[in-house]
Design a protein around this ligand. Structure first.
Ligand SMILES: [Zn+2]
Length: 147
């Protein structure tokens, strides 16, 4: 199993490659997987947003965990297109959070800002249905006088 290098029928891209957990982030090294993970295998998944069939490839996993040092618990939820859209959305939300922190007194009567932010948070639901900022959505709806 250790040196398994299975080949995929569709090409010469290996569907399984050896893992080197010594390259993981310190946090990942605390995980149970650190003691038994010996390889990465292609992981098929379905995009949460658009339902596209995707594959988190063994090579992507190696790069994600060993080079980018992402948490070993991190997996893929979105296809590449939805991922980049969610990235833009998140950046816009962070931007609004930052403005809110410093200009709250003027922004809380700025309907354009408030409804734009509410729109972002509502669209976010498509990407992260289980990670909604309900308190913020309610606050914005309240400030906008929405039910
Ligand atoms: Zn998608």
């Amino acid at each position: 199993m250790n040196d398994a290098m299975s080949k995929h029928a569709e090409g010469d891209r290996p569907t399984s490659i050896p893992a080197d957990p010594s390259q993981w982030s310190d946090q990942s090294k605390q995980s149970v997987a650190f003691h038994f993970r010996r390889d990465y295998s292609d992981k098929p998944y379905t995009c949460w947003r658009c339902g596209a069939a995707c594959v988190f490839t063994a090579q992507d996993q190696k790069y994600t965990y060993e080079v980018k040092k992402a948490s070993i618990d991190q997996s893929r939820k979105h296809c590449p297109a939805c991922w980049s859209e969610s990235h833009q959305l998140r950046a816009a939300m962070v931007h609004n959070e930052t403005r809110w922190a410093s200009e709250k007194s003027t922004l809380q009567t700025d309907r354009e800002f408030l409804s734009g932010w509410l729109d972002l948070l509502t669209r976010w639901k498509e990407f992260e249905p289980y990670r909604q900022d309900v308190a913020k959505i309610n606050m914005l709806r309240g400030l906008l006088g929405l039910k």
